[in-house]
Design a protein around this ligand. Sequence first.
Ligand code: GTP
Ligand code: SPV
Ligand code: MN
Length: 571
Amino acid sequence: MDRIKKYIDLCNPEEVQVITQENQLKELKNFVIKTGLARRLSVPDSLWFCSNPHDVARSEEATVVASDRDLGPYIKTVPVNEARCLVKELFENSMASRVAYIVPYVMGSLDSDIKKFGVTLTDSPYVVLNMAILNKVTDEALKSLDSAVIGVHSMASMDPTKKKIIHFIEDLEVFSVNTNYGGNVLTGKKCFSLRIASSLGRAQGWLAEHMLVSVVHNPICGRFVFTAALPSACGKTNLAMMNPSEEYARKGWSVTCGGDDIAWIFPKAGRLFAYNPEYGFFGVAPGTSESSNPNFMSAILKGGCIFTNTAVDEELNLPWWEGIGKPYPHKIRTWRNEVIINPNKEEGPFAHPNSRVTVPIENCPVLDPLWRSSEGFEIDAILFGCRRAAGYPLVFKARNWAEAVYFAATLKSERTSAQEGTVGVLRHDPFAMRPFFSYHIGDYLRHWLTIGESLSPQPSVYFVNWFRKDSNSMFVWPGFGENIRVLEWVIKTTKGVSTACIDSLYGLIPARDDLSLPEGVLYEHLFTIDVDDFEKELEENEHFLKALGSKCPEELWSVHESLKAMCKKVL
Ligand code: GTP
Ligand code: SPV
Ligand code: MN
């Protein structure tokens, strides 16, 4: 226990409990209710928490990697010695007169080769209860302590100015302090399964990505597996467990879910295999309803969930949020823990826009039976997506692997409430991984190109945007269950059934008659590309590529030059 003991000594808790048993979790649930940290809702075995108002989303500002090297434009670094001092300073006595919990867990299936162990020390019952859903708690991790990822988390004084999430990538250690929210503190999730895992993947020849894994059962080819990377709050959970629209369901289309947020992807014999290392969902609540995502709704209502920063219908003792598809409750408890009678809409939102539900994966009614298999999911296509009101097409296919890497590397998306900062502002989010890089993005791009070279055939790569808006600021595309129409085109194109693609500035787009559009939706509204806007994009991309200097793979410059040439031809 040496790797943990020194941090217990540093944090100085009053008591230490190792959590490995179901009954300990039960006791902890009773404890949080008795002490007023949480409320029990009328969803079976479910709890409601609200967090500190300044602690409602993952904090990129406070996230750093300890390194003495320059890790490129998207990673904040702190020199290693300084980072060690910072840990000492921030954690010294941080757990005084509190209970510290040790949570040993595994990511990935215990009987698979890809599994990895973690052990987290935390003074937050909230963290323990969430980790018990998102990771599999097992004392096996304690037997592999040398290779486990150590997480140390303390709420400390919750001073927002001292919020820090510090990664020591090579040492397999993560420290999180003065926060108690989501991706900042659930160290198995973004810190381990993306940041640490992607560095391991670089060294060992695999990928850790911000991707869902999903299977489309369809009349064209039977079973079609895709992974998809979209920035935070841009639609992964919804796409992962989509309920195809009635018309498609009748024709034999259905979707099963392999995972909704993180994929570990391994090349084997020229193919790619995806695994979801998690055991639960940490899904966005607002916008989730019986009509938008009936599968997630049903997973939630099965119970065993944790609601964070949703509102509560006080009369029914049920969670409530904007877009749940139910009227405003007569008596509502807001995410700020205030009760309002007869709320009026203008006083809202009553659930925080980034409120979340933690749900055991096995609650998902369309969970794919292979979700925990040691074989993984053999990938047929990879999707990238973004949230953009204008210009970016509904869907296009990259013409080749290098172009796919180029478009993924230059992905831009509007900020959402899952990120701190101003919602709606367009920002560069390469591979939907901007907040999760742990090594230089130039090396990351090279790694993707190298993996691509080992594949045969290379999976087709597509780009999607469900979020184009019309002049009234309404979404042009109905989205959700209707996204199956785009997946139909993806499958037809990947399988060579559709050949009538149009060469556009943004790769290959569907010919007008090749994509089935819902009534009233106009092709032009989804696919028009403004050449001037595209040229501006290219200029921004050029700045980005230049900023990478010698780290920028030559292949990406070639793609860039050929897009510039295409632009000139169109003009
Ligand atoms: P993270 O958990 O932060 O990584 O988010 P995510 O990528 O899983 O996003 P999620 O599926 O939770 O969706 C985020 C928000 O986008 C929710 O409010 C959804 O209702 C909304 N959304 C998802 N898919 C669509 C879609 O096809 N169309 C529209 N208009 N909204 C969507
Ligand atoms: C995201 O922001 O991408 C999330 C939520 O999935 S969190 O786990 O808080 O990072
Ligand atoms: Mn995410």
